[in-house]
Design a protein around this ligand. Sequence first.
Ligand code: GDP
Ligand code: GDP
Length: 453
Amino acid sequence: MVPVIALVGRPNVGKSTLFNRLTKTRNAIVAEFAGLTRDRQYGEAKWQGKTYLVIDTGGISGDEEGIDAKMAEQSLQAIEEADAVLFMVDSRAGLTAADQMIAEHLRKRNKRCFLVANKVDTVDPDLARAEFSPLGLGDALPIAAAHGRGISHMLDAALGIFASDEAEAEDEEAEIVAPGQEAKRIPGPSEKDGIKIAIIGRPNVGKSTLVNRMLGEERVIVYDQAGTTRDSIYIPFERGDEKYTLIDTAGVRRRGKIFEAVEKFSVVKTLQAIQDANVVIFVMDAREGVVEHDLNLLGFVLETGRALVIALNKWDGMDPKERDYVKTELERRLFFVDFADIHFISALHGTGVGNLYKSVQASFTSAVTRWPTNRLTQILEDAVQEHQPPMVNGRRIKLRYAHLGGANPPLIVIHGNQVDAVPKSYSRYLENTFRRVLKLVGTPIRIEYKGGE
Ligand code: GDP
Ligand code: GDP
């Protein structure tokens, strides 16, 4: 499971600055889900090759009454859902009453918490440590988020306990396929789980209904346990000869109880399920069309590189004009995930649900097939012959050979000269060529260049 780190602290201590540094150029998801009023950001980051999620929880000022009023419901939830909290304070401003209140709250929650003293470019780090020791949260980790100082030491402290064999397993997956070796399908992260499918979407689009449909029976209602809003339910099952595990982000709700409806929707849970899946079934409500939140979430799915199948639900009872409109909208707004199959379904009536499995299998196969080096190199050579890469400084860019560097998503590593100068448009051309020739569906492709020789 991907670790989740929450950045907590009053406004202006430097949370956004740290967030941006950790997530680098990766697009942050700005959460604007129903029930979320705060301006919060979610992002993916890497530490020692391992992925983790960062949440910027928005500022907690010291002016409101009581800690509960100060942190919006969703901000509190983010702290609950995090595996560790980075509690940021401002070394330049020194210790404030708001810092003390936040510290008290975190202590009560009994969270793994790391005190981080930011802006130590303006004060002596030792002074900063002394300044914040009354908070009773141990020695502050000194950083300067704006200048990148102290960051790796801080991450070692906060993420060290999550280091595991998972990182090694990832390396193994990236093993190179020798020339001439047959392409073979490799299983997902673990053979016994089969294809891991995450059912993702905003509240009320029909995820639970779809889960029930896909399993072919009304499921036993599982009650939410205290403090486990972040955990999805994993349901292993078989269909035909294929093994699957459904990652159900919606089923933990108690049906018919309004109080559990919207507020149990959890962005963290959704993001973790995406990370943990091989294939994401992204559910949208045809009656609402594509909304901004869908685009945010889809952007995240794309970034993780998971295989993707899109399900337009509630297609029943829509008149032809509405349907045409929705289809046009989809084409216009979902161009960035045009590799994904789109299904028009009714989870309620079961229409189109069986076909989802076909797309799930096809996209999984595309995502994890091991293409041999000679095959990829042949495709590269043909592509280069058809369209030469441009000249740079009077010399033509040379692309020599290609091999597979990873699966789910497929990573194609291309070796050559002056590869830093390969234009984006040419990479897109190569990507499209690989996609077409290998008949890849439902998965993004990554292309990486290696120079030298
Ligand atoms: P947030 O409200 O907690 O998200 O804080 P921001 O990230 O917006 O930062 C608040 C201010 O502090 C901005 O003007 C930043 O440029 C500044 N800041 C952030 N990190 C540092 C740092 O390491 N050193 C200094 N001197 N200023 C910083
Ligand atoms: P979730 O929050 O995404 O898990 O959504 P639910 O599965 O709880 O569904 C929300 C509402 O939409 C419920 O009232 C469902 O009966 C209804 N619903 C789900 N799928 C369909 C569908 O295919 N057609 C119609 N008309 N309603 C549906």
